[in-house]
Design a protein around this ligand. Structure first.
Ligand SMILES: N[C@@H](CCC(=O)N[C@@H](CS)C(=O)NCC(=O)O)C(=O)O
Length: 350
C-alpha cells in the first residue's frame, strides 16, 4: 500500500515534472519565434521604417517618388532579411523632433535616420541602438567669402541649427567651453535650415559632418561654402528599435553585422552566386550553406544571402550612396573595416 502510494506519488511527480518541462519549453523555446514585432511585420507583409525627410546620400526621394540612400538601404536590407524581398518596405519620413516618439508609439518598426546613439536616448525613451552604421562627428559650414579657418573664430556668430538633435546641445557646450557667445537660429526641418542659411539669416550652419556634405548639395551655391576642419563631438549613428523585443533587436543588429562581415569576407552582390558554392567555412556560415543561423534567429537560412544579393555588403552600400561612387564623395575614414584602419567591426557568425 505504502509502496503503491509511493509509486503513485512517483508517477504523479513524473507527470508533474513532464508538465513543468513542457511549460518551461514553451517559455524557453519561442525565444526565436515569439517576437511581436516580427510577427506584426510578417502579417502586414511589409516593414515600416522611419527615415529622414530629405538628406541626399542618406535618405532622399526623387521626382518620381523613388527613395534612395544609406539609411534607406538599411531598411531595404532588413526587408530582404525578413521577406527575401528588399522592396517590402514602407518608408516613413520623420523630423528630428518626431522620430523617437514615433518609434515608441509603434508607428514604425525601426528607425534608420541619422540618429546619434546616446545614453539618454536609450534610458529615457526605452529604446535600443543596435550598432553604429556610420561613425560621424559634428562640424560647421560657413560661406567661403568669410575667410574663416577654424571654429574657434566663430565668437559672436549667428548659427543655424535644428531642434530635437544632439547638434543643438553640442553647439551650446562647444561655445560655452571655449568662452564664446553665439546667437542660435533654430529650425525644425532641413528645408527651413537650408532656407535660413541661403537667405543669410545665419552665417554658420552646424550639423553632423556627413549631413553638412549632403546639405551643401542642396544649397544654391555649394561651391561657395567651406566645411571647417573642426570636429566637435562624437556622433555614432545607427538604427534604433524599442527595447522590449529581444528577438527583433537581434534581427536588426545582425542585419548590420551581416553587411560588415560580408564586406570583410569579400562577399558582394556581384559575387554572391560564387559565395554560395564557396568551401570556406566562414563564407558558408554567412550565406547559409552551413549551419542554421537564419532559422535560429526566426528567419530563413537564406536571410544573409538575400541581404547581400539585393542590397549589397556594407562597402557597396557606403560607396554608392555616400562614398566615392556618389556625389558626396565622403572618405571611408572611421567607417572603414577594422582591418583597414577603421572602426567597423562585426562579431563572427558561428
Ligand atoms: N545625429 C544627430 C542629428 C540628426 C538630425 O536630425 N540632423 C538634422 C540636421 S541635417 C537633420 O537630419 N534634419 C533633417 C530633418 O529633420 O528632416 C541626432 O541624432 O540628433
Amino acid at each position: 500500500m505504502g509502496r503503491g502510494r509511493g509509486r503513485l506519488r512517483f508517477g504523479q511527480a513524473v507527470v508533474r515534472w513532464a508538465a513543468a518541462a513542457i511549460v518551461a519549453m514553451t517559455v524557453v523555446a519561442p525565444a526565436f519565434g515569439s517576437s511581436q514585432t516580427l510577427a506584426e511585420v510578417k502579417t502586414r507583409g511589409s516593414l515600416v521604417c522611419g527615415v529622414n525627410e530629405g538628406l541626399p546620400g542618406f535618405s532622399f526621394v526623387d521626382e518620381r517618388g523613388v527613395w534612395s540612400g544609406f539609411d534607406v538601404d538599411f531598411c531595404r536590407a532588413l526587408a530582404a532579411a525578413v521577406f527575401g524581398d528588399a522592396s517590402k518596405v514602407k518608408l516613413v519620413p520623420l523630423s528630428a523632433d518626431a522620430r523617437f516618439q514615433a518609434l515608441r508609439d509603434g508607428k514604425i518598426d525601426v528607425l534608420s535616420r541619422n540618429s546619434t546613439w546616446t545614453m539618454g536616448r536609450e534610458t529615457e525613451f526605452g529604446l535600443t541602438f543596435v550598432g553604429v552604421t556610420y561613425y560621424d562627428g559634428q562640424g560647421f559650414m560657413v560661406p567661403r567669402a568669410l575667410h574663416v579657418n577654424s571654429a574657434l573664430e566663430l565668437d559672436g556668430a549667428k548659427v543655424c541649427v535644428q531642434s530635437g538633435t544632439t547638434t543643438i546641445d553640442n553647439l551650446a557646450d562647444f561655445f560655452a567651453s571655449n568662452k564664446m557667445t553665439l546667437e542660435q537660429v533654430v529650425s525644425s526641418s532641413t528645408d527651413e535650415s537650408i532656407k535660413n542659411y541661403d537667405a543669410g539669416l545665419c552665417s554658420v550652419l552646424t550639423s553632423d559632418l556627413s549631413q553638412l556634405y549632403a546639405l551643401r548639395l542642396r544649397l544654391s551655391k555649394p561651391r561657395d561654402q567651406v566645411i571647417l576642419p573642426d570636429v566637435i563631438s562624437k556622433e555614432p549613428l545607427g538604427p534604433v528599435v524599442r527595447d522590449d523585443d529581444l528577438q527583433w533587436i537581434n534581427i536588426v543588429k545582425w542585419v548590420h553585422f551581416v553587411m560588415i562581415n560580408a564586406e570583410e569576407l569579400g562577399v558582394s552582390s556581384r559575387t554572391i552566386d560564387q559565395a554560395l558554392q564557396s568551401p570556406k567555412p566562414e563564407v558558408r556560415r554567412l550565406v547559409g550553406t552551413n549551419g542554421n543561423f537564419g532559422e535560429q534567429i526566426g528567419l530563413t537560412n537564406a536571410w544573409a544571402a538575400n541581404i547581400v544579393r539585393s542590397v549589397g555588403n556594407y562597402g557597396e552600400v557606403f560607396d554608392r550612396n555616400v562614398g566615392e561612387g556618389s556625389p558626396l564623395e565622403l572618405p571611408r575614414g572611421l567607417n572603414n573595416l577594422w582591418n583597414k584602419g577603421g572602426l567597423q567591426y562585426a562579431p563572427p557568425i558561428r
